[in-house]
Design a protein around this ligand. Structure first.
Ligand code: PAP
Length: 332
């Protein structure tokens, strides 16, 4: 994100370290912490890493969020192309209410993160939980929470979970750019080497990355009607097949008539990086949390890691991936 020339920017709430409750402050004192990435520290809570403000949001969400059977929750590790799958899901699930050929389709005038809010970030950190009660069903929500830390009702009910992950190298590069851009004063920009070591040690927002992926992979095998596990690169290779598969999982398959009318193609076109990143709302708009929408649209390419990784970094990550995913049946 380029620093605004005109108005000073306020960091998103999940980075602000004030307004932490006394109870949460006490908890933070007991948690392992690390410097780097964002904020002054990130903390390890329930086995994953997050900022103090996110942890406060997670606790509220775990205590208060009541899932519904019809809810659809998109789960991602940070920077797995969440923005993109939010739009695909929105277009897919709401296609009866909003024809994808509608001139003023919500996807063309609103940012994907306003259409599909983050549970622990938008609803419980930004405090938009009150507006949320008016969302019609099926409710489309998203989260970065690891499987073990999901609110209990999500696990207990028939709520569907759509999990998306992406090549760890591209995820890491995207995360590195994103977190540096969030350092609004552009001081203390993280060097790639420093955060790469943290990432390899499992210290990244909502990480360890491998645990996050593996836990949802296992859940998708144990409960295939509840959890679908998607990889960005596979969808990119066969978008039509994969989106139809997703529609079947969500029990809203495309009819032959819809296919013949080009509904699938149009959803894919509207949700493409080229289309979304050029929309007025995404170039000049802001989220209700204050973040500029354009920070969610960087390159949108597969394999950008090759522009940054040294041979040593690649070998190190290969070795870790082999170790972590060995025997899982997951090809990464
Ligand atoms: P989040 O997890 O913080 O919500 P997320 O959407 O995963 O965000 O991260 C943004 C990434 O998705 C960026 O990837 P890049 O850094 O490798 O470029 C962004 O460019 C990409 N992205 C956003 N929208 C799309 C889209 N419609 N198609 C493909 N990629 C997209």
């Amino acid at each position: 994100m380029s620093k605004s020339q005109t108005s000073p920017q306020i960091p998103p709430k999940y980075l602000q370290e004030d307004e932490i409750s006394d109870e949460c402050k006490k908890l933070l004192l007991t948690l392992p912490k690390e410097r780097g990435w964002l904020a002054s520290h990130i903390y390890n809570y329930q086995g994953f890493w997050a900022t103090s403000r996110i942890i406060q949001g997670v606790i509220a969400c775990q205590q208060q969020f009541q899932a519904q059977d019809s809810d659809i929750i998109l789960v991602t590790t940070l920077k797995s192309r969440t923005t993109w799958l939010k739009t695909l899901l929105f277009g897919l699930v709401n296609r009866v209410k909003h024809s994808i050929f509608e001139q003023n389709h919500p996807l063309l005038i609103k940012n994907p993160h306003d259409l599909v809010p983050y549970l622990e970030l938008t609803l419980y950190v930004d405090g938009q939980v009150l507006n949320f009660s008016s969302i019609t069903t099926p409710r489309l929500l998203s989260t970065h929470l690891p499987f073990a830390s999901l609110p209990k009702s999500i696990k207990d009910l028939n709520t569907k979970l759509v999990y998306l992950c992406r090549n760890s190298r591209d995820t890491f590069i995207s995360m590195w750019h994103f977190t540096n851009n969030l350092k609004l004063d552009h001081k203390d920009i993280n060097s790639i080497g420093k955060v790469f070591d943290l990432f390899c040690n499992g210290v990244s927002l909502y990480g360890p990355f491998w645990n996050h992926v593996l836990d949802y992979w296992k859940a998708s095998i144990e409960k295939p009607n509840k959890v679908i596990f998607l990889m960005y690169e596979e969808i990119k290779e066969q978008p039509k097949i994969q989106i139809k598969h997703l529609a079947e999982f969500l029990e809203c398959p495309f009819s032959i008539k819809e296919e013949n009318c080009g509904v699938v193609d149009e959803i894919l076109r509207i949700c493409s990086f080229e289309n979304l990143s050029n929309l007025e709302v995404n170039t000049n708009g802001k989220l209700s949390s204050g973040e500029e929408n354009k920070v969610f649209f960087r390159k949108g390419k597969v394999g950008d890691w090759k522009n940054y990784f040294t041979i040593e970094m690649n070998e190190k990550l290969n070795h870790i991936i082999e170790q972590k995913f060995e025997g899982s049946g997951l090809r990464f």
